[in-house]
Write a protein that binds this ligand. Structure first.
Ligand SMILES: Nc1ncnc2c1ncn2[C@@H]1O[C@H](COP(=O)(O)OP(=O)(O)O)[C@@H](O)[C@H]1O
Ligand code: SF4
Ligand SMILES: [Mg+2]
Length: 356
């Protein structure tokens, strides 16, 4: 029998629910800018994220990760589909109500420098969202000092300008600015991708620490599965605007089911010294999302493709909460570990930076 507390949990909607989310950008040509096609940046995504958890989103450049992140915050309007945040459908909200909801969702980018006003001090940058949202009354200086300390900087840093900081410190300022409005969800769009690997590890550790202290949820977007591995509780692998595999991090790394995931995983180091996954090279580039292949969108690059794959689109489905969009995943063996030549230096450093 359910206890009252489990009943409450069951009745609580997930923090975020994406249903049938689509974003097509029109392609216009000619004198009258007639619409001649569409870039299918996001092409039917269903995902759920619970409070306090981290959803990692991975895939090659151009597969729709940033567009998905922007749709979640409703920085762009979806062509179709719904974004429900803490039980509220963002699609039905008037501008003022949407602004209030947005306070609970923040985004940080790869290059914080481009989003930090170079003419403002860090103190002014952090006080701005407090002022905009009418938070912390006249105690902005104290709150700014608190925010700086929360991200591992010092209150004295408030008087400095963004150019006086290193890349890692600037990302900490970006995180502090996101935290200023006390969000429940932060979308991190390649937030550590430009940083040196040891700094990447520090920022990822900071994000994890903040998650535990503040109960934050993250959508952590990266093209590097090795980084996502250290922060995500669940992982969605995207290809040409669709999720092709979704599972807990443990299940995905233990037995990837989609040939695309297997190829991405084969490129990253494994914990066993001297071992490596059998490397699967992906032939060619990602096809244009303005003209995606029919059937399974991955069939032009898949080494397991057959006639059926070019005709029939596989749905995202599967047992054990481990979903995969492939007709033949049951027949495809996950690549095995092989004794390897030494890892390249970047991978070695990445691996050692994340050793727990
Ligand atoms: N504003 C836009 N107008 C037209 N096409 C866009 C726009 N934004 C993104 N795209 C296209 O949508 C696709 C997905 O882009 P994006 O979401 O940035 O991918 P990712 O973040 O995975 O690299 C790409 O082909 C990109 O060129
Ligand atoms: S459906 Fe076919 S082409 Fe697509 S991933 Fe599976 S085997 Fe490859
Ligand atoms: Mg992107």
């Amino acid at each position: 029998m359910s206890t009252p507390s489990t009943m409450t949990t069951l009745n609580t909607p997930p923090l975020l629910q994406l249903t049938g989310l689509v974003k097509h950008y029109p392609v216009r040509r000619g004198l009258f800018s007639r619409m001649t096609g569409a870039v299918r940046a996001v092409d039917g995504v269903d995902l759920t994220l619970e409070a306090g958890q981290t959803l990692g989103i991975v895939g090659e450049s151009g597969c729709g990760k940033s567009t998905l992140g922007r749709l979640v915050l409703r920085l762009i309007e979806p062509t179709q589909g719904r974004v429900v945040f803490a039980g509220t459908d963002l699609g039905g909200l008037a501008p003022a109500a949407l602004r209030a909801q947005r306070r609970q969702m923040q985004i940080i980018f790869q290059d914080p420098y481009s989003s930090l006003n170079p003419r403002m001090t860090v103190g002014q940058i952090l006080a701005e969202p407090l002022r905009l949202h009418g938070l912390h009354g006249g105690r902005h200086t104290q709150r700014v000092a608190e925010l700086l300390q929360t991200v591992g900087l010092a209150p004295e840093h408030a008087g400095r300008y963004p150019h006086e900081f290193s890349g890692g410190q600037r990302q900490r300022i970006g995180i502090a600015r996101a935290l200023a409005v006390e969000p429940k969800l932060i979308v991190c769009d390649e937030a550590v991708s430009a940083l040196d690997v040891s700094v990447q590890a520090q920022v990822v550790n900071l994000l994890q620490d903040l998650q535990q202290r503040l109960g934050l949820a993250y959508i952590f977007i990266a093209h590097d599965l090795a980084v996502v591995k250290h922060i995500a509780s669940h992982i969605a692998v995207m290809y040409l605007g669709r999720v092709v595999e979704y599972a807990t991090k443990e299940a995905l790394f233990a037995a990837p089911r989609h040939p695309y995931t297997q190829a991405l995983l084969s490129a990253i180091p494994v914990p066993e010294p001297g071992s490596q996954r059998q490397r699967i090279l992906l032939a060619g580039d990602v096809p244009s999302p303005a003209n995606p292949p029919p059937g399974c969108p991955f069939h032009t690059r898949c080494r397991h493709a057959s006639d059926r794959c070019a005709q029939e689109t596989p749905p995202l489905a599967g047992p054990d909460q481990h979903a995969v969009a492939c007709h033949f995943w049951r027949d495809i063996e996950a690549p095995t570990l092989v004794r390897s030549a030494p890892l390249n230096r970047r991978l070695q450093r990445l691996q050692s930076a994340f050793v727990n």
